[in-house]
Design a protein around this ligand. Structure first.
Ligand code: HT7
Ligand code: ZN
Length: 872
């Protein structure tokens, strides 16, 4: 497979005035009739350009005619994914009929079947699996779509826009025609046909228009749609208030489907959602599940402006819509819940998983230069780092100018397909600020490092902060230019009070633009403690030689909530890294008492936000400790985490039990922020107590499981028992849970994940057994993720077993999935791509499995790209 380069971009030679589609859906095939009105693009300078249409090899061309004249093989060339007509007229009508097979489409791209319903996934390049069309985001057209199918099996026939006609056909069939007045690229096309029920509501926009809101699902899931509806209305209101953006069609629909490669899709007026991102009720959904629904519903809604009304010129610009939209949904979630908690969660994800990606073989800038398969670039870098880059723009401009910039961007580019450069230009034009150097964030990969040192001159009352920046090489980028990094900071005096800074405030943004820069603060009587990277103002790794006592001081006094949490993390990391470095299975470990006292103070403090207490008391994850290691010692990390957790539980047992009881209230479930915070603190205490493995803690967990009126409490209790050494209790509880919930697919996914992450002996055989269980379906991505991805990512001692069995298991799955569902296969490969981070013995085993995949035969572009780049 060949790479595609940004530098090769050319404007499309033809424009598509209108696209009229008619789908005839059957059990063993679908026929797609297309009528396209096409004109020469005046912006294309070529004299007699050819017309190029994409069409996947799986699409059978039944007929093709131009202005009513049937074309034969001699009139066009079909080669690879391209159908070319050499010299068509200036303006013409092209009609085609294609035959496709949704019933056997296991890749879940294009038109496919999820259970008993038809649905589509066209982003990024799925439309070419439906019909012949320029499947590129800068070709926009108005679509009129007729869907025809059996009336009994598929009573609901949906597409983009508004329904304009419907009728009956022979053989118990019916049809509905939809018109979408907004020109859109093919990747936003959608169709659904199925036996669906829905809930309905309405939203009155700020200009007084009525919008009908419908959320569709299978009948059994109707009781799980209310939270998504509330979230949708909240998101619509928030986007009006925060960005001045109003919804444009008369109807907004969401459909829940079981088989879906990602979380959801923002098709114009007809979002399609993975059930895991839209269904929620107290009995079946955890708190984090509720939060995911709220965030994803909002994310897809926000795309209506940042993505649909203003879309991407080409897929190299993906972060234009994804980074901006993630930033928008993060701010929405922060406003709906706790701002600091949301920030801590996002930063944890970034530091753990995105930083790892940025340091791995697939590292790429948020605006990549090339790709082999675009599906591989729906990454944490494009999404999460992309959102951080937009956040930095807001930090540099300030809130008011950022809003002016976003208004200008939306107004200037409404209805256009544009680039990240257009976004930055709008921000510059609206603010008058120069973002020239800032642009490096778009084209340089890797995580910048800031090494900060300080000096205090008591006689002069002067404090100097010296900041050195660097960025390790990334594939194809040896040397990097200096980034423009907004470094938010404050200074604390010896009493823990905030010092007033030169800007007259207690937080200041330092513009770090050079490789080495010194910032001077005067008028200080004693050496301050610096509070650095407040609110995580830039996606960088910051190093400052904090003493453990200084971290405890910051935990107690820093006015920045993010930095208080970060100080606790740094303290725990520092202590745990020392234990990891010194680890030997036969050597006793000793825990620095300061971690216990710091945790005790947090537990004892009055009036702290419970969600933040729970975050502060959560030990750094295995994944984060691994990311921080040059060479990951899987066994040491596992042993040290267990030891530290157990030591804390032993020393704070009474307090943990008391806090557990204080927060174990007998009140009805609600997913509001305070209740979520209370449950998270309570359940954190329970997990520390369970690490003691006493009969008393077992009884506490079992009692919680029995009396739980919600899935959060029930799931935590089950995980703790299932992962403990009380094996017969684990077995009994797991059996009970399955019996209660076998009819709820998403709850069964939790049940699968809990077992796939069980660290007890025999993990791999349990996973292999699970894959034979009737609840497992190897064609459903949610089931594959619940078992295979969870085992590889959350059961590290077994995945990294020194006999290579975990690696072999994953490679076998990838080889199987490569032809069945290439997108999922390539995503699941990630753990093996990190082979260079491990010991020589593990490196050899992992690399051998990557080589085995490479040699296994006909690789999809998706898997080929990841494997070949990982083996460089
Ligand atoms: N914009 C959507 C991307 C997406 C996707 C991409 C590749 C393969 C399958 C997919 N499903 C959805 C999701 C989003 O960011 O909103
Ligand atoms: Zn998105």
């Amino acid at each position: 497979p060949k790479a595609i380069y940004l530098k090769d971009y050319k404007v499309p030679a033809y424009l598509f005035e209108s696209t009229d589609l008619r789908f005839e859906l059957f059990e063993d095939e679908a026929l797609v009739h297309a009528e396209l009105v096409i004109t020469r693009n005046p912006a294309c300078t070529a004299s007699a350009p050819a017309l190029e249409l994409h069409g996947h090899e799986s699409v059978e061309l039944v007929s093709l005619s131009l202005d009513g004249r049937a074309l034969t093989d001699n009139d066009y060339v079909r080669e690879g994914e391209m159908l070319t007509i050499a010299t068509p007229p200036e303006r013409f009508c092209l009609t085609s009929t294609t035959r496709i097979h949704p019933e056997s489409n296991t890749a879940l791209e294009g038109l496919y079947k999820s259970g008993g319903m038809f649905c589509t996934q066209c982003e990024a390049e799925g439309f070419r699996r439906i019909t012949f069309f320029p499947d590129r985001p800068d070709v926009m057209s108005v679509f009129r779509t007729t869907v025809e199918a059996d009336k009994t099996r598929y009573p609901e026939l949906l597409s983009n826009g508004n329904p304009v006609a419907r009728g009956l056909a022979d053989n118990n069939r019916h049809w509905v025609t939809w018109e979408d007045p907004f020109p859109k690229p093919a990747y936003l096309f959608a169709l659904v046909a199925g036996d669906l029920q829905h809930i309905e509501d309405r939203f009155v926009t700020m200009s007084g228009r009525n919008v009908t809101l419908k959320i569709f699902a299978e009948e059994k899931d109707l009781d799980k749609l209310d939270y998504a509806m509330t979230s949708l209305k909240n998101a619509m209101k928030w986007d009006e208030e925060t960005y001045g953006r109003e919804y444009d069609l008369d109807i907004y629909m969401i459909v829940a489907v079981d088989f879906f490669n990602m979380g959801a899709m923002e098709n114009k007026g007809l979002n399609i959602f993975n059930t895991s991102c839209v269904l929620a009720n107290a009995a079946t959904t955890t708190d984090s599940g509720f939060q995911r629904v709220e965030a994803v519903v909002a994310h897809e809604y926000f795309h209506n402006w940042s993505g649909n009304r203003v879309t991407c010129r080409d897929w190299f610009q993906l972060s234009l819509k994804e980074g901006f939209t993630v930033f928008r949904d993060a701010e929405f979630s922060a406003d709906m819940n706790s701002r600091t908690v949301k920030r801590v969660e996002d930063v944890s994800l970034l530091r753990t998983a995105q930083f790892a990606e940025d340091a791995g073989p697939m590292a790429h800038p948020i605006r990549p230069e090339s790709f082999i398969e675009i599906s591989n670039f729906y990454t944490l870098t494009i999404y999460e780092k992309g959102a951080e880059v937009v956040r930095m723009v807001r930090t540099l401009l300030g809130e008011a100018l950022f809003r002016k910039g976003s208004d200008l961007y939306f107004e200037r580019h409404d209805g256009q397909a544009v680039t990240t450069e257009d976004f930055i230009l709008a921000m510059e034009d609206a603010s008058g600020q120069d973002l020239s150097q800032f642009r490096a964030w778009y084209h340089q990969a890797g995580t910048p490092e800031l090494h900060v040192s300080d000096q205090f001159d008591a006689a002069a009352g002067e404090y100097k902060l010296t900041v050195k920046q660097s960025c390790p090489p990334s594939p194809g980028q040896e040397k990097k230019s200096a980034f423009h990094i907004p470094l938010a900071m404050g200074l604390l005096n010896e009493k823990g009070e905030e010092v007033e800074l030169p800007n007259g405030e207690t937080t200041q943004i330092l513009n770090v633009t050079e490789f080495e820069q010194t910032f001077i603060f005067s008028g200080l009587s004693t050496k301050p403690v610096p509070s650095l990277l407040r609110g995580f103002s830039a996606p960088v790794k910051l190093f400052y030689p904090y003493q453990r006592d200084e971290l405890m001081f910051l935990m107690a006094h820093d006015s920045d909530g993010f930095c208080r949490w970060d100080a606790a993390q740094k303290l725990a990391v520092d202590i745990m890294q020392a234990l990891i470095a010194d680890y030997h299975p036969d050597k006793a470990m000793v825990l620095d008492g300061r971690l216990v006292s710091a945790f005790r103070s947090v537990l004892d403090a009055e009036g702290l936000d419970k969600a933040m207490v729970s975050k502060v008391l959560t030990l750094p994850s295995e994944a984060y400790l691994s990311e921080l290691s040059d060479c990951v010692d899987v066994d040491a990390i596992d042993a040290v985490r267990k030891f530290v957790r157990h030591s804390i539980a032993v020393q704070l047992e009474d307090r943990l039990r008391a806090v557990y009881q204080e927060n174990d209230l007998d009140i009805a479930y609600s997913p509001d922020a305070d209740s979520v915070a209370r449950r998270s603190l309570k359940n954190l205490c329970l997990s520390y107590l369970m690490s003691l493995e006493t009969e008393a803690s077992l009884q506490l967990a079992k009692a919680q499981y029995e009396k739980a009126d919600n899935m959060t409490d029930m799931q935590v209790a089950l995980v703790l028992v299932a992962h403990s050494s009380f094996r017969s209790d684990a077995k009994a509880l797991l059996a009970d849970f399955y019996q209660r919930w076998s009819g709820e697919s998403l709850v069964v996914n939790l049940w699968l994940s809990i077992q796939a992450s069980d660290p007890n002996e025999g993990a791999l055989s349990r996973v292999l057994e699970l894959m034979q269980h009737p609840a497992f379906d190897g064609k459903n991505p949610n089931k594959l993720r619940s078992v295979i991805s969870v085992f590889c990512a959350q059961n590290s001692t077994h995945f990294h077993a020194l006999d290579g069995s975990g690696y072999r298991f994953l490679a076998d799955r990838i080889i199987e999935l490569n032809s069945q569902n290439p997108q999922i296969a390539a995503r699941m490969l990630t753990p093996l791509t990190r082979w260079k981070k491990f010991s020589a013995a593990r490196q050899a085993l992992m690399k051998a499995e990557l080589e085995r995949i490479r040699e296994s035969g006909d690789l999809s572009k998706d898997v080929f790209e990841v494997v070949s780049k990982s083996l460089v």
